[in-house]
Design a protein around this ligand. Structure first.
Ligand code: TRP
Length: 476
């Protein structure tokens, strides 16, 4: 039944730890350290964080387990996994590949900023703390510099993914993830030691539900999906490389916990310091690039510079282990379904991504085409984060719940009954009924409120794209 054109035996992960670290490496990235803090800041803090956590536990965990199970069961990447079961579902996989391309249309831009900041810190950025904010604004709106850094960053992705899953991705994840964790703890301790820091903790952890509207709820759902790498077949693709004897439930639990832990830690690293410095929590996408250098400048001396260097190295590496997973989704589609050689697949995918990234980067300086008044960077982010990932996750659940057999899923998740999963019934009902309905409600209300902020047209465009893909699903 499988329509895969590749006949070689599938590469698998070198070790259990290797897989967990690679999947956690995919999950932990700019989503946790760059996106989570500024989205929480813009969305009012505590209530957003609380809703996000509820979504992670009830929706994120279940969807990740579903993606791992489907990926490992079919042994195919996003498109093939659906296609081999039912051709009508192929579009869900194709949507995932499109989401991967679109996320990679802005992710490497921010990855490039992180890379650039290693050199900026080395070049004396911290010596003029009051200029750090303006320097960031000037840098990202420059038409040339950020594009250069993006190019270098994307090239690093190409090199890693060329070498294949168990070579490049796995090693990068294993060595560099723990480093980042340690750095974040140091940053947090420093931030918490500043006078007035406790207001930041209060902002982050005391929910004020009067600030919540449907756009905040949709932002929390989008953040949960984005941060956990869900809703586009990424974890499905990683799962397809997973050995049959590994414990899926445990792996899902570990990856979810690590990802959420890092996001919360990033919040603790940033908000107390911001409040101590008297900065605005709603400072937007520049937050980590402004607050963290200021924090280290405050520390002063060689230690401040050294820690800032380590932080941006860690951030770049975290971003890399995530973006290679996005690139891998597109690449494995081209290999499995289009019969391309890995090197051709990597080069063609990254060529498209680099063009999208140029538009995204230029749009931050106000250059280039806009749609309904929104630039490329924001369009790619809105379409994926607010629409495609959540709808993708919903479709994955509907597919698992209504198209696959319950018995097969139970066999896959319990390794033919070898590892018990007492909550199987709960998981199954969540996936079959509750999650699809919950996502539909959040998405519809979020899109409605998107109209009030002028973003509704783009969201509708996203829905239109999905509908068209669905109509032509047999063509893919
Ligand atoms: N989760 C990653 C981050 O937090 C980004 C990412 C990697 C992603 N793979 C994905 C997001 C798949 C959505 C889908 O930075």
């Amino acid at each position: 039944m499988a329509t895969s054109t590749s006949t070689q035996p599938r590469d698998t992960w070198g070790s259990k730890l290797g897989f967990v670290m690679a999947a956690a490496g995919s999950a932990v990235g700019l989503g946790n350290i760059w996106k989570f803090p500024y989205t929480a800041g813009e969305s009012g803090g505590g209530a957003f964080v609380a809703i996000y956590l509820v979504f992670v536990i009830f929706i994120g965990f279940s969807v990740m387990l579903t993606e791992f199970a489907i990926g490992r069961k079919t042994g195919l990447s996003a498109v093939g996994a659906f296609k081999s079961t039912d051709r009508r579902w192929t579009f869900t996989g194709v949507m995932g590949v499109v989401s991967g391309l679109l996320i990679m249309g802005f992710y490497p831009v921010v990855g490039g900023w992180a890379l650039a900041y290693i050199f900026k810190v080395g070049g004396g950025l911290l010596s003029a703390p009051s200029a750090i904010g303006d320097s960031f604004g000037g840098f990202i709106s420059d038409p040339i510099q950020p594009i250069m850094w993006m190019g270098i960053y994307l090239l690093m992705n190409v090199v890693i993914v060329m070498r294949g899953v168990s070579g490049g991705i796995e090693k990068a994840g294993k060595v560099l993830m723990p480093l980042l964790f340690v750095i974040l703890i140091i940053v947090s301790v420093k931030g918490l030691s500043l006078p007035g820091a406790s207001a930041g903790l209060k902002f982050l952890f005391t929910p004020d539900f009067s600030k919540v509207d449907s756009s905040v709820v949709l932002a929390a759902l989008g953040q949960a999906f984005f941060s956990l790498s869900l809703g586009m077949g990424c974890m499905m693709t990683y799962g397809s490389y997973l050995k049959k004897k590994e414990n899926l439930v445990q792996t899902t639990g570990m990856v979810t916990a690590m990802d959420t832990g890092v996001a919360i830690l990033a919040g603790i690293a940033m908000f107390p310091a911001m409040f101590a410095f008297g900065m605005e929590p709603a400072a937007g996408p520049g937050l980590v690039f402004v607050v963290v250098p200021q924090l280290f400048a405050e520390m002063g001396g060689a230690i401040g510079i050294l820690l800032a260097l380590l932080f941006f190295i860690g951030l770049t590496v975290a971003a890399l282990t995530s973006s290679v997973s996005l690139l891998e989704v597109v690449v494995s589609y081209l290999i499995d379904e289009k019969g391309m050689k890995r090197s051709t697949a990597v080069l063609s995918a990254s060529a498209v991504m680099s063009v999208l990234c140029v538009f995204a980067s230029l749009s931050l300086g106000g250059i280039g085409p806009t749609l309904f008044g929104t630039g490329a960077f924001d369009i790619f982010d809105l379409l994926t984060d607010k629409i495609f990932l959540a709808v993708g996750g919903m479709l994955v659940c509907i597919f698992a719940g209504w198209r696959l057999s319950k018995a097969d899923l139970e066999k896959e998740i319990t390794n033919n009954g070898e590892v018990p999963f007492p909550l199987f019934g709960l998981w199954y009902n969540l996936v079959k009924y509750i999650i699809p309905v919950a996502i539909a409600i959040v998405a519809i209300m979020g899109i409605k409120s998107g109209f009030d902020s002028g973003k509704g047209a783009i969201m509708l465009l996203g829905i239109g794209i999905i509908a068209i893909a669905g109509l032509f699903s047999k063509k893919f």
